[in-house]
Design a protein around this ligand. Structure first.
Ligand SMILES: [Zn+2]
Length: 161
């Protein structure tokens, strides 16, 4: 692309884009050129040296490329930032519960009995889990047997599946 500095007979300066110098001369001779300000067809080429329009061709690339990473980065950080903490926290809790359940023996509703036997050394000391009624839990507490009530999230009743 060849950019020429042009001017009409009234002295209005403007740029004209042409495929080549010959293209400009052809259009000028056929009267296809006109001043954008006064519409005069008396257009002449200014003596200033023509330049190749390289910078203008590159300009649309930079502005178009810049917003894309900024926009995707904004969406990514925003979306992750909003949801990452609760999900990560929930995952940590789930992992802790899974670890606990994977390393304890499920004794079911025999929990109070087993806890008492472990406490008094009547059976092997080990981690157990199970269900205890409030009465059983309070009875264990009165005997000095520590138990922890742990709400197990739905879906983790059987973590080994
Ligand atoms: Zn003019």
């Amino acid at each position: 692309m060849l950019v020429l500095n042009l001017a009409c007979e009234a002295g209005h300066g403007f740029e004209g884009w042409f495929g080549s110098a010959a293209d400009f001369e052809s259009q000028q001779q056929r009267g296809l050129l006109s001043c954008p300000l006064c519409n005069s067809a008396q257009v002449r080429r200014m003596p200033s040296a023509p330049r190749l329009n390289l910078s203008a061709a590159a300009e649309p690339v930079a502005p178009a490329a810049a917003p894309a990473p900024a926009m995707s980065g904004g969406e990514g950080s925003g979306g992750v930032g909003a949801a990452a903490l609760p999900v990560a926290l929930q995952r940590q809790v789930m992992q802790a519960v899974r670890h606990l359940m994977a390393n304890t023996e499920d004794v079911g509703d025999r929990f109070a009995e087993e806890a008492r036997r472990i406490h008094y050394g009547e059976t092997e000391a080990r981690g157990i889990r199970g269900q205890a009624t409030p009465d059983e839990a309070s009875a264990l507490a009165e005997e000095g047997i520590e138990v922890v009530a742990l709400p197990v999230p739905d879906g983790l009743k059987d973590p080994l599946q």
